[in-house]
Design a protein around this ligand. Sequence first.
Ligand SMILES: Cc1cc2nc3c(=O)[nH]c(=O)nc-3n(C[C@H](O)[C@H](O)[C@H](O)COP(=O)(O)OP(=O)(O)OC[C@H]3O[C@@H](n4cnc5c(N)ncnc54)[C@H](O)[C@@H]3O)c2cc1C
Length: 461
Amino acid sequence: MTVVSRYTGGFVELAPGHVEELRTQLRGELVLPGDAHYDKARTVWNAAIDKRPAMIARCADASDVVEAVKFARRQDILVSVRCGGHNIAGKAVAETGLMIDLTPMCDVRVDPENQTAVVGGGAALGDLDRATQAFGLATTSGVVTHTGVGGLTLGGGVGRLARKFGLACDNLLSVDLVTADGDQLIVSEDDNADLFWALRGGGGNFGIATAFTFRLHEIGTEVLYAAATHRIDDAKDALRFLLDFAPAAPREVTSQAVFATMEDGSAVVTIGACHIAPLDNAEAVLAPLVRFGSPVATRLEKRPYLDVQSDADLRFPYGQNYYWKTHLLKELPDAAIDKLIERYAAVPNSKSMIVFQQFGGAVRDIGAAETAFVNRDAEFDFFPAAVWHDENEAPALIDWVRGTWAEMKPFSSGVYLNNLGDEDDRLSEAVGANEIRLREIKARYDPTNFFRLNANIKPAY
Ligand SMILES: Cc1cc2nc3c(=O)[nH]c(=O)nc-3n(C[C@H](O)[C@H](O)[C@H](O)COP(=O)(O)OP(=O)(O)OC[C@H]3O[C@@H](n4cnc5c(N)ncnc54)[C@H](O)[C@@H]3O)c2cc1C
C-alpha cells in the first residue's frame, strides 16, 4: 500500500495496482521512494527543502500531464508542479503527494522568421536563452539560468530585457494548458481570454502549462556590461547614485545592486548595469556608473549576453540553504539606505546578501488591470537573502532576514508573487485589486482548488 496525501485533507491508501495503473499510462518515468533516482528527482534548488513525495511523474509530454492530473483527481491526491524548482519554499514538491515533474519537457523551438519560440513547460531559462540567442533573438527571462520558464513566466518574469520589452508574461502569445479536469486548452488573447489574463501574473493556480509561445526580439548576441564595487563606507553614496541613475537611464539599460562580503571578509556593495543593443552610445551611457566615487573595482566591457545571463549562477547554486522575504520598492529615502547599511554590517555570515533588481520602463506600459500582474509601478525588487550550509547558522540568519525586511516595510509598494514562499497572508500584496477577478476565474476553472501548492488564489464561492 502507498499512503498518499489527499488534496482535500487527510490521507488515502493506494493499492499497488493503482500505482501501476499510473506507471503504465505514462510515457515518462514514475519514480517512487526507494528507486535509484528518487532522491535526485525530489531535490529542488533550495537545499533547506526536504520533502518526500509519494510518487513523482516525470512527464515526457502533454498527454503524460493529462494522465497524471486525471489520476490525481480520481484518487483525490495532492499534487505539485515542478519546473525549475526555484520556489523558495519548495512548493514544487508535494509532501506525500504526487509531484508532476515537467523538467523532461524542455524543448525550445525557435521560428526566426516570425520571431517566436515555443518552449516546453519544464524548460529552464538557460534552455530558452541558448536556443533564441543562436539567432540573435531573445525574450525577457530572469538572471539565473536554472530558474524555470514555467514558474517565472506565470508569476510575471523580470530580467535584463524587461525595461525594454516588458515582463516575460507580457511577451506571451499563447499557452498550452492542462486544466484541473485534465482538459487541454489553447489559451491566448483569442481563445479563453479570461484565462490568458489570469496566466499572466496569477502563477500556477489555473492549470499546468505544457508549452509557452513567446514573442522574440532582435538583440544580437552582445551587451555592454558595467559594474563598480564600493566599500561599505561608500555604500550610501553608491546606492543613492544608482537610485537616481537607474530610472533615468534609457530602456536598453537595466541595473542592479548587491550587498555582499568579499573573500577577505570586507563588506561591499556592487552596483551594475547591462545595456542591450543598439550599443552605439552605450559606453557614454554606462561610463558614469563606473566613474562615480572611489570604487575598489570596476568593469566596463562588451560581453556575450549569454555570459552575463549566467553571472548570478555563481551566487545562487543548487545545494545551499536559502531563505528570503522580499518587498517591491518605488523609492528608498536616505534614512532607509542608512538602515540597510546598518543591517548588512550585522549580517551573521559572509554568504548572505541584499539584492536589488530593477523593474520599470516597459513594465509600466501595461495597465495594472490589463493582466493579472498588478505591481507594475515598482522600481526595484528588494530581497535580503540568507545563504548557509551549517544548520546552526539558520536561526540567526532567518531572524536577520525578517528584521531587515521589517525595517524596509514602511517603503514597500507590494510583493512580487514569484518571491512568495510560505507567506499566504501576503497574497493580496502580490495581486492587489486583481484578486477578485482572479478568484472568479479560479472558481470557473479550478473550483476545488486542486492546484493549491502555489501562491494560492482561493476560488470565489
Ligand atoms: C536563484 C533565483 C533567481 C531568480 N531570479 C529571478 C529573476 O531574475 N526574475 C524573476 O522574475 N524571478 C526570479 N526568481 C523567482 C522565480 O521567478 C520564482 O521562484 C519562480 O516561481 C520559479 O519558477 P520555477 O519554475 O523555477 O520554480 P518551481 O518551484 O518549479 O515552480 C514554482 C511554482 O510555479 C508553478 N509552475 C511552474 N511551472 C509551471 C507550469 N509549467 N505550469 C503550471 N505551473 C507551473 C507551480 O505552481 C510551482 O509551484 C528567482 C528565483 C530564484 C530561486
